[in-house]
Design a protein around this ligand. Structure first.
Ligand code: ADP
Length: 232
């Protein structure tokens, strides 16, 4: 524990509330004042029943959505007062996303999909972009499939491309919302092992939403969300 506390916070939420349809007759609060700190290098499972607020929480941590009240600090930046453009920049450079459905562009190759997040980033020349994306394709075990259309890959392979794409900008934080939910057991295990490996080798902090109890028990920490509150 003393060790964990020595690491800086990558995510710090204080009193985060989120309501939908604010000001309308059917306004509903789905997050009820969440305090949460996740430190550099932690590999956390996020568990809880459907509808308890896990995706809402991940969207707020991932700066895809803003809380109704409370503060969100990500990678050392206090985000409350940031405008959308600054949020987009912070997100693009620090946060990778993997979802249950891979959201690849199926008409593009695996390699082109992985290169996609770098296209708007000024720091990469095109040769560097390509070699970086190729390195990630190699590390997710898809060297021989890199020029295949993404639509022609299996579900597990597509999810591995999505992981390579999420990691290509070298994010400090990876948010994975049920990335194994749609996969057979073997592919799910491979995807889990891949995320774990990046966490151990690069210190990438991972928040991993899962309904799989065995997988959650293999994480460093379990964050349980019940009825819009973090209970454990
Ligand atoms: P989980 O990921 O744990 O299944 P969600 O965060 O998706 O839970 O949803 C939490 C609650 O918020 C649910 O009751 C859901 O219906 C509601 N909700 C999610 N998104 C919206 C939205 N855009 N508008 C209104 N209600 C929403």
């Amino acid at each position: 524990m003393a060790d964990a506390l020595a690491h800086p916070a990558v995510v710090q939420l204080r009193g985060v509330r989120k309501a939908y349809n604010v000001g309308e007759a059917f306004e509903t609060e789905v997050l009820h004042g969440i305090d949460l700190t996740v430190r550099h290098g932690e590999f956390c499972a996020v568990v809880g029943p459907s509808g308890s607020g896990k995706s809402t929480l991940l969207n707020i941590i991932g700066l895809l959505d803003r809380p109704t009240s409370g503060t969100v600090e990500v990678c050392g930046a206090q985000t409350t007062t940031l405008h959308d453009r600054a949020l987009t920049q912070l997100r693009g450079h620090n946060i990778g996303f993997v979802f249950q459905y891979h959201h690849l562009i199926t008409a593009f190759t695996a390699l082109e999909n992985v290169m996609m997040p770098m296209l708007g980033a000024e720091e990469f020349a095109s040769a560097a972009m390509r070699s970086r994306a190729e390195g990630l394709i190699d590390s997710v075990g898809l060297t021989h499939w890199k020029d295949n259309g993404a639509g022609k890959l299996s579900g597990g392979q597509q999810q591995r491309v999505a992981i390579a794409r999420a990691l290509v900008m070298g994010p400090a934080l990876l948010l994975a919302d049920e990335p194994t939910g749609n996969l057979d057991t073997k592919s799910a295990d491979e995807v889990f092992a891949l995320l774990r490996r990046f966490n151990e080798e690069h210190g990438t902090t991972v928040l991993f939403v899962t309904h799989n109890v065995a997988m959650s028990e293999r994480c460093d920490r379990i964050i349980e969300v019940i009825d819009g509150r973090v209970t454990a």
